[in-house]
Write a protein that binds this ligand. Structure first.
Ligand code: AMP
Length: 286
C-alpha cells in the first residue's frame, strides 16, 4: 500500500490509472477507523479496481468549542486496517497542503445544511462540502462511498455532486452497529463505561418511532413523542433533536405517508451522539 501525502502526487497517480481504464474507488474518512469504515472499504474494494482511502481530520468542519485537538488519531492502526483490506493508497494530506496560504473558496449547500446538524454545528457542513469537493478534485475517483450513519451528510454530498456536475458516482452504505445497536463512531471512545451502557438509548428511541409507524401511526407528532418517551426514561440524557423527515429534503413531515427518516441527536455528559433510521408505512394487503 502506498502512503501519499501530497495532493499533486495523488492526482498524478489517479490520472495515470484513469488513462489505463482502471476504475478508482474512494472512501474519505477522518481516521480512527472502525467496523463502519471497514465495511465501506470492503464494499469499495469489491466495486472498484483501485482503492483510495483518505485520512484527514478536517479542521474546517469543527466548531471552535468542538473536539478537533482531542479527535483520536491512531494512524498506525488505521494504516494496518487499510493494508488488511487491500487498499491501494492511503491519502494523508496535511492541513497546510489542503488549506495553503491564500485559500478562500468555500462550497455551501444551504437548504440541505439548514436544519438539524447544520443548526447545532453552524459551519460544519460548509467544511464538509468544501473538503469533499477538494478531495474529489485531488483523488478524481469514479465512485465514492459514504455511510448512512451521517444521513444529512449523505444527502448533502449527493446534492453537491449533482449540482456541481462532479461526475462521481455516490454510494451510500448502511450503518454498522455494535451488538447492542449503538451506531459505531470514532467518537464512541469518549464515552465512559456508564455512558456507553446508556448510549444505545438513541437507537432504541429510533426503533420505537419505527415500530409505531409499523403499527399504522401516521401522525408525525405521535411518532416523535414515542421516540422522546424512550429518551426521557433515562436520566441525564438531553435531546438535541428528534425528527420525522422526508429522506430526500430532510424537511419535517406532519404526516407519515410513505418513507421517512427518523433523525436523532442526544447529549450524554459531554458527548454528542447522532443516529437515524429509515421507516415506511406498512403496505396494505389487498
Ligand atoms: P468519518 O471518519 O466519521 O468522517 O466517517 C467517514 C465515513 O464513514 C463517512 O461516510 C461516515 O458516514 C462513515 N461511517 C461512520 N460511521 C459509520 C458506521 N457506523 N457505519 C457505516 N458508515 C459509517
Amino acid at each position: 500500500m502506498k502512503i501519499i501525502r501530497s495532493p499533486a502526487a495523488i492526482t498524478a497517480w489517479s490520472e495515470r490509472l484513469r488513462c489505463e481504464g482502471v476504475t478508482i474507488g474512494f472512501v474519505p474518512t477522518m481516521g480512527a477507523l472502525h467496523e463502519g469504515h471497514r465495511s465501506l472499504i470492503r464494499q469499495a474494494r469489491l466495486q472498484c479496481d483501485a482503492l483510495v482511502v483518505s485520512i484527514f481530520v478536517n479542521p474546517t468542519q469543527f466548531g471552535p468549542q468542538e473536539d478537533l485537538s482531542k479527535y483520536p488519531r491512531p494512524i498506525s492502526q488505521d494504516r494496518a486496517i487499510c493494508r488488511q483490506e487491500g487498499v491501494d493508497v492511503c491519502f494523508e494530506p496535511t492541513a497546510k497542503a489542503m488549506y495553503p496560504a491564500g485559500f478562500q473558496t468555500t462550497v455551501t449547500v444551504p437548504t440541505v445544511a439548514r436544519r438539524w446538524e447544520g443548526e447545532a454545528r453552524p459551519h460544519h457542513f460548509q467544511g464538509v462540502a468544501t473538503v469533499v469537493t477538494k478531495l474529489f478534485g485531488m483523488v478524481r475517483p469514479h465512485r465514492a462511498l459514504f455511510g448512512q450513519k451521517d444521513f444529512q451528510q449523505s444527502v448533502l454530498v449527493q446534492r453537491l455532486v449533482t449540482d456541481l456536475n462532479l461526475g462521481v458516482d455516490i454510494v451510500i452504505r448502511p450503518t454498522v452497529r455494535e451488538q447492542d445497536g449503538l451506531a459505531m463512531s470514532s467518537r464512541n471512545v469518549y464515552l465512559s463505561p456508564n455512558e456507553r451502557h446508556r448510549a444505545v438509548t438513541l437507537y432504541k428511541s429510533l426503533q420505537a418511532g419505527a415500530a409505531v409507524i409499523r403499527t399504522g401511526e401516521t401522525d408525525a407528532k405521535a411518532v416523535r413523542s414515542a421516540m422522546a418517551q424512550v429518551i426521557n426514561q433515562e436520566s441525564s440524557i438531553t435531546i438535541d433533536y428528534l425528527a420525522v423527515c422526508d429522506p430526500r429534503t430532510l424537511e419535517p413531515v406532519s404526516s407519515v405517508t410513505s418513507r421517512v427518516v427518523l433523525l436523532g441527536a442526544i447529549r450524554l455528559g459531554s458527548v454528542r451522539l447522532i443516529d437515524n433510521l429509515l421507516a415506511a408505512v406498512p403496505r396494505r394487503s389487498s
